[in-house]
Ligand binder design. Sequence first.
Ligand SMILES: [Zn+2]
Length: 195
Amino acid sequence: MSDKSTSSKTPAATATETPQVSSPPRKIYPIVKYGDPILERPGAPVKKFDAELEELAEDMFASMYAAQGVGLAAPQIGKSMRFAVVDVTCGKNPEGKIVLANPEVTHAEGEVREEEGCLSIPGFRGYVVRPQFVTVKAQNVKGEPFEIRGENLLARAFCHEIDHLNGILFLQHLGMLKRDMIRRKIKKLRKQGEW
Ligand SMILES: [Zn+2]
């Protein structure tokens, strides 16, 4: 999912700050755009929880932050698997980093209508009704099962990313007129070689 805010960047680190342990350089994946069939195909369950998956998770966080998103699903980087990362703090709080392997919504409550965007559909947004609260059951990067509850933006991000793993894009939650308008504009952009 794309970030809501367009302004207020964190100020650059000052010289007086304690030097941090440098992490290995991360692979920044290009984001697959709408029109690629991988985005509309359900992903395969994650079965192998190894060092490679841990690398993938960290590279996905880095790719998501680079694209200023709050969620990124594996199909969006060309990997058809049930794997996603979410961080609604945009990297500001390490505790905000959530890895979801084989996630499922087990409980949903309330409704919130809010504007939503997607890193795979850049430049387009639309109002989508999502639950206000959700409970998600998933496995972490080590394969350990856990349950997490999300509210508002976090609930929205969970639903948006889990949709991706089922081959569903936010466009499918829009009204027909709005959806067709966005599709037409993307078609035009593609013809012009701008998509
Ligand atoms: Zn998305």
